[in-house]
Each structure stands twice: as structure tokens, then as C-alpha cells.
Design a protein around this ligand. Structure first.
Ligand code: 5RP
Length: 218
């Protein structure tokens, strides 16, 4: 089975977590795009979707799935999103698609975060995938120096602007043995809007597709 097919397999498994007549948080990326395609067939079951990016909002509209601003939603029972890396204890690296800030907000606001990945993304220790960090443009150099002090190598994502008008710095070679501590430490650097570690508000359910089955990790 190809990686694309595995993504679809994971996306299919996430449909079981929908709450009828409830709102649904929808992440960003190619795995979530598979999910949105499948969701279209059962869109009447949900009240509406909260999108984590302009790209996701556009796709939801294309499939005639109603999009609701997060500010209009009090109860968000489920959030479905992908990840770039995940561990068995449900810690994630996200932001490969650059939507990490809105994803972190929607994850925080949701009751159950269902993360869908293919098995190539399941790792013992986070950090092989460079850690995305959303940064206010004027803070680029300062943040880069602070990251270097932590042992990481900051690389500006070329030609990329987030939906919030900021830049992304991808940090290579970080030691992520203690993800929750590093997440908090990075959040304290002035100029960083969000970092791609989802350890403090981690996934609640991880669905890992390997081609044969979808493993559920909770
Ligand atoms: C976007 C994300 C995505 O969830 C992550 O990059 C995975 O994407 P894909 O499903 O395309 O591999 O965090 O900001």
C-alpha cells in the first residue's frame, strides 16, 4: 500500500469519532484532505466544521460542508488532524503545512483530538522532522539566535507566509527528549507565536495506518 493509501485508511478510521449534530474541528494537510473528501459523504451528520487554515476552509466549501468560525462555537467535541511525527505517548510535531498556530488553538478548544497518521510518522523520539516555529517577521534574527543557544539550527522556510502574516522557521537537530518542557521554553521566547510541539495539549487518540490495519493508540 502507498503512503497516500495509508493516509486515506487513517482518515476513514477517524470518521467513527464524529459526534452527530456536533461541530467538528478540521486540521490541515494531505491526510486531512482525504478526511474532508470522506466527510463530504456524511456531511449531513455534523452541524458544521471549524477550519484551521484558509486551504482547509476552501476545501470544506468545495464539498459544501458548512464552515463556522471558532468564535461562534462553544462546544467542540472532536478535532481531527494529521501530524508530521507522533510518539506512542501521543506527543506530536506539527506545522509541516504551516498551519500550526490555528491548529494549536483548535486543539486547545476541542474535547477530543483525534490524530491521523501513516506508520512512517510514528517515532520513538521526536526531532527527525525539523520543528516548525511561527515567528513575527521582525523577530526572525533574534529568535534564530535564541534557537541556536538551544542547540537547534534555524532555517527560514523560503517564500512562505502563514495565514496570520508571519514567517516559519524550521528548526533542525533539536534534542526533543522532553517535549512538554521544550514546548514551554520555546513559547517563552519573544517573537515566537507558536511552536509545532503538541505535547502539553497532545492528541487524545492516535490512529496509525500501516496498510493492513489501523492501530489505535490512546
Ligand atoms: C499542517 C500540519 C499537518 O498536519 C502535517 O504537516 C501533516 O501533513 P500531511 O498530512 O500532509 O502529511 O501540521 O500544519
Amino acid at each position: 500500500m502507498t503512503q497516500e493509501q495509508k493516509k486515506r485508511q487513517a482518515a476513514e478510521a477517524a470518521l467513527h469519532y464524529l459526534v452527530d449534530d456536533g461541530y467538528l474541528g478540521v486540521g490541515t494537510g494531505s491526510t486531512v484532505n482525504c478526511f474532508i473528501e470522506l466527510l463530504a459523504g456524511i456531511r449531513h451528520r455534523i452541524e458544521g466544521a471549524v477550519a484551521t487554515s484558509a486551504a482547509t476552509e476552501k476545501l470544506l466549501h468545495q464539498y459544501h460542508i458548512p464552515v463556522i468560525p471558532l468564535n461562534s462555537v462553544i462546544d467542540l467535541p472532536v478535532y481531527v488532524d494529521g501530524a508530521d511525527e507522533a510518539t506512542h505517548n501521543l506527543h506530536l510535531v506539527k506545522g509541516g503545512g504551516g498551519a500550526l498556530t490555528r491548529e494549536k488553538i483548535v486543539a486547545a478548544a476541542s474535547k477530543k483530538f483525534v490524530c491521523i497518521i501513516d506508520d512512517t510518522k510514528l517515532v520513538d523520539v521526536l526531532g527527525r522532522f525539523p520543528l516548525p516555529i511561527e515567528v513575527i517577521p521582525m523577530a526572525q534574527s533574534y529568535v534564530g539566535r535564541e534557537i541556536a543557544k538551544l542547540g537547534g539550527q534555524p532555517v527560514l522556510r523560503p517564500g512562505f507566509t502563514t495565514d496570520n502574516g508571519n514567517i516559519i522557521i524550521d528548526v533542525h537537530n533539536l534534542n526533543i527528549m522532553q517535549p512538554a518542557e521544550l514546548e514551554a521554553r520555546l513559547n517563552n521566547i519573544a517573537g515566537i507565536v507558536t511552536n509545532g510541539l503538541f505535547a502539553r495539549r497532545h492528541a487524545d487518540v492516535l490512529l496509525v495506518a500501516d496498510g493492513d490495519t489501523v492501530k489505535t493508540i490512546t
